[in-house]
Design a protein. Structure first.
Lengths: 503, 503
């Protein structure tokens, strides 16, 4: 860790934010582009993070009686066609399976054979195929609510891809529920958004704004889409999770009916909600610095890396013994109900070793050399401080204080991100200022979120989008009582909404 | 649970084994056929079992330093073509993606559009795409071994499908490792088979035979395939898991090279190994009886169901209180390191309730009525005994004894299956007898496994397969020293192998 003034990531955020993001992902060894167009390979360090995300969310879902299941990857075209808006939204960009065999063609190369009578699409989302099952599983009010979730891969044929943020194939969970009443379905829609917000704020340490989408930004086929939006360090917005109240639209198209207690036949009310590997991109963009990724401790694949510093061969045994002893003591402790995970990196590769862990974003690094042992100490550094900011601490104090240290990092990351969002969110009521605000940007970095009035019309929203590539991120649930004049058309009785450039 | 002489599943195993299997799966609510050809829907009770399988195996893999990752669903045709045998084996039956968009065609129906320059196949297995990553990730002996695993869906376009056993899409894990030496790769191949055998015997309670595949039954592209084989109750064999030593075949075709410590360039040695949702079919067929599925306690989605028996409305509060109290006490205990999972089923649907849980295979059922409360008791039944075999036991004794009870059921299931396999495995050295043995069957039930000598030639193996639809399941690792004359060609110096009809 000899480098003092140079950053580990080039370019810095300031110089070229999009390129910084690419480099951070690459250097963190979390994922990489695959030679398969638009798809990514999630490498072990990135996948371990996704495993932690899955297991944490899964516990939260199950506490609300959601059960996991698995539905087919392939969706017949006829299913997709059932819901008019839905097909418009998803037919544009999907992988179509048309053949079920390969044969040797000219030059001995393989060519598709065995044409299917009806092509399939690889699921872009599963409302229609799960709806088909629901229609068979539900017959009485006693079968409701039906609360399902699946962890799966989905495919949307994206033209411009960016790793984790927008890839042709991605991993996600999609919840699908059916209810006997409109209110219960609406409550579930909100409940799942609250779970997402809780998880994203308390595990990923990303502050979010909860709100409703405008009708233009709604999920195709939904009555109402609510979402959580976060601010990245380039001051663009990222939609981190969405929850959809689908009304009776999908129940109608999939024929999900039930008999009420008084023997009437009614359509069920359904919801769907999802978060994806996109969250990982958000985590990187919110917390990362010019030295790489910073992992929030509550979700990090590992908490502490021990770096034995062995200068002479004859020191090795003593230093490794001390190192393993510390690892054992740390691993016997728990952090928020899970074991503390310790890596020991004894590779003899010089300064590159420490920088590798910095770029991977492990919360705490600990160097251990002969001098530390003589003093019964360790030399520690936290990832949320600058790389050179290291301190000596008595071994036992370090071990006893590990949970507090991790919690402090966790809180610090959230507070920093919260302050950043707050400082870059502006109340704007002047149209010219609003236009200037969104036109100015430097090296891919924008000026922030604008809280401005909007009359509710598609027309004003469209104009602003055309002029500035700015969208309404959400109609926030909090502090939404104020009324004023639409930033575009000046109509009064407008609501303050969040405008931003977005991923 | 009033029915005494009638079984819950019709037909019984004896009458029509294949149909019995279908009915058991259906009645257990574990999975169902989907309207998408050859694909299944895994319902919550079946998926919860798969989750337990995944989490148990995952811990075992990780203890051997395997790390999880995720690779693209789509494989370019050119990748599949790289390994000659591999393409022969997998090109026959795969889903081919040829377009990336849908457009409105005649009659407003959707038609594929946006033809891809190079089609993709949906992965039938990932050797080639993971090989491509390995070729980039490995450059020095220091990068070895590389030990990867992914939990994923795969697709093989099967003509005749059977739920869990052979479906077009299924869920599995596929491990892929690269090593610097032949021996290390061979050791890893064996290590993973041992893990599978350990898991299948100790969790799924299915006794297995470990052995090597004949060259005809090998994985396409492998140098050596080793496997675990189990006997179903129709006395057919099911291959439960396989582990492949790939030699340098895939390293050569994917260009996975490394520099040795003395600066020479060499090809890596690779392995792959996998188990799938097929195991669930095996579990059902080994343990299930004419009343449905029987879940081994160590892997069951839930261990105990409490069935309050409320005859009068005014009993309800008292009985439910007693029931919840028992649930709380049970849930505070652990069984093999995991929490004991208790279901309370208070639905007022009469006898159907108990039968539902029998058909689902929950290890222990407990009825609770006023009389039991008066006696501070419960009325218990274990799934591995007959449905009417219930006993009264003091509440506290039941709770204190729950782990022993579950262990007893687990052992009983294994022992029963072990005896069944043993009693239906025959040493056969006479050709006529061998032919009769495999020709006779009744209602889909065969006579068993034949341990017979085989000379090692493809020719004899092929003849037997053509004549009897019987294959060599494996060349067993144990008790394989005996030499004798080939059952088909009479050549001496032959080895005793396992012949059986197989799924």
């Amino acid at each position: 860790m000899g480098k003092k003034n140079k950053n580990a990531i080039s370019p810095t955020r300031d110089k070229d934010y999009p390129m910084w993001y690419q480099e951070v992902v690459k250097e963190s060894q979390m994922a990489e582009k695959s030679p398969v167009r638009g798809c990514m390979v999630i490498k072990p360090w990135g996948y371990a993070l996704w495993e932690n995300i899955m297991s944490s969310l899964d516990v939260m879902f199950k506490k609300t009686d959601v059960k996991n299941a698995y539905f087919p990857l392939f969706i017949p075209l006829s299913y997709l066609e059932k819901e008019a808006e839905h097909v418009e939204g998803f037919a544009k960009e999907c992988a179509v399976v048309t053949h079920h065999r390969l044969e040797k063609g000219e030059n001995n190369g393989l060519v598709p054979a065995g044409k299917l009578a009806e092509p399939f699409v690889v699921r872009p989302t599963s409302e229609t195929i799960i709806g088909e099952s629901m229609s068979r599983w539900i017959s009485s009010y006693r079968d409701l609510p039906l609360l399902l979730n699946q962890w799966a891969n989905v495919v949307r044929w994206e033209m411009r891809t960016r790793i984790f943020l927008r890839t042709s194939e991605f991993l996600w969970q999609e919840g699908h529920t059916a209810h006997f009443s409109e209110q219960e379905a609406k409550d579930r829609t909100k409940m799942m958004l609250d779970i997402y917000a809780d998880f994203v704020e308390n595990y990923l340490a990303i502050p979010v704004i909860k709100g409703a989408k405008s009708s233009m930004e709604r999920f195709p086929g939904a009555v109402d889409t609510i979402c959580i939006e976060a601010m990245m360090q380039d001051k663009k917005a990222l939609q981190v999770g969405t929850s959809h109240f689908l009304g009776q639209n999908f129940a109608r198209s999939s024929n999900i009916k039930f008999q009420t207690a008084d023997k009437k036949e009614e359509l069920a009310w359904t919801t769907s909600w999802g978060v994806s590997t996109r969250m990982i991109g958000g985590m990187i963009m919110v917390h990362g610095d010019d030295d790489g990724v910073i992992m929030p401790p509550k979700i990090a694949p590992a908490h502490v890396v021990l770096l034995p510093i062995i200068k002479q061969h004859d020191e090795k045994r003593k230093i490794m013994e001390y190192t393993h002893n510390i690892a054992d003591m740390l691993q016997n402790r728990t952090y928020h109900g899970k074991k503390i995970i310790v890596e020991i990196d004894a590779r003899d590769i010089g300064g590159a070793r420490g920088w590798e862990w910095i770029k991977k974003g492990i919360p705490v690094r600990v160097e251990i050399g002969l001098r530390d042992i003589a003093d019964d100490s360790v030399f520690a550094a936290r990832r949320d401080k600058s790389p050179g900011d290291k301190y000596s601490i008595k071994k036992q104090d370090f071990i006893n204080g590990i949970e507090n240290l991790l919690d402090d990092i966790q809180k610090n990351l959230f507070n920093k991100a919260f302050a950043f969002k707050k400082n870059n969110t502006f109340t704007i009521d002047d149209k010219n200022y609003f236009y200037d605000f969104f036109k100015l940007k430097r090296n891919g970095i924008n000026k922030g979120f604008a809280m401005a009035f909007w009359c509710g019309s598609d027309k004003c929203e469209t104009k602003i989008k055309e002029d500035l590539s700015v969208t309404i991120r959400c109609l926030p649930f909090e502090n939404n009582k104020e009324k004023g004049k639409c930033i575009y058309c000046n109509n009064s009785n407008s609501q303050r909404v969040v405008f931003a450039k977005a991923y």
